[in-house]
Design a protein around this ligand. Sequence first.
Ligand SMILES: [Mn+2]
Length: 317
Amino acid sequence: MLDRVLQEIRARHRFVVTSHARPDGDGIGSALACGQILRVMGKDATIVMHDGVPRIYQNLPFAGRAIQADTVPPNDAVILLECDGLKRTLLQGLEDCFLINIDHHVSGRNFAHINWIDSTVMATAELVYRLARLACVPVAADIATCLYTALMTDTGSFMFEGTNERTFTVARELVLAGADPARCARPIYFGHSTAKIRLLGAALSNLHLEGPLAWIWVTLEQMDRFGAREEDCEGLVNYALSIGDVQVAIFFRELPGQRYRVSLRSKGAVNVSAVAEHFGGGGHKCASGCSVEGPLAIAVSRVLERLRAQPVTVSTP
Ligand SMILES: [Mn+2]
């Protein structure tokens, strides 16, 4: 399939590269790297993100060239990274475009003209890296920095289930190519806003536990009080997951109109993507998301009900 992707890229000139709304490190890093790889190949590439580049990723190479828009500009093809459908991008005008889908989620779907889905890798960045290699595009330090950041964030700093020697082989090659691990980590792990840390305090004061399940939430009122933005909620769920006996952590963020955005994280024994898919969301086995109708007590009980019914896989070392 990689050959086919490259063949279709070679046959075209003007590209739009995008990822899902509220992009994470893999979505942003892979898109910025992919755009540059296309430019090195002599193509015209525009990165279009519905929500722009989140603050913590704004120092990545090429971030200044990403465009925030609601509609795709004219193009010969759109490359969608990390999306299981057109709706994830929140962009208009994709229906009439030639679409290339590159994804690594188990919930990946064949919605595009060309679909390259490989759920054996930890990040879409690994696929973009393979694309660069096959296209004989030299992976310079700036491309490596984007890809390393993507890989580092999608593996939870190389700690999530599924991280293996192949992940480190790619990481090693990216570091050899010029990615600086400490510099990549700094804005993401040591660059939090004060609002985010205050919001974390509020979320943790709402910590609830039931056996291996932990859940926390933040309200619109709290976000407002601390001047927190949507992206300040990123990663708060991991603090609940960090408790010793907890297998699954859930984060509920209040949305306007009595809905809740739900982030699910698992240490590996429970497949949380099945739960997110039940509510129309998606993701990986260990990290997924969806949104659920409120009020909060109802949203919590619906999600917990699905989780309690979820089979637990006990992995033996
Ligand atoms: Mn990813």
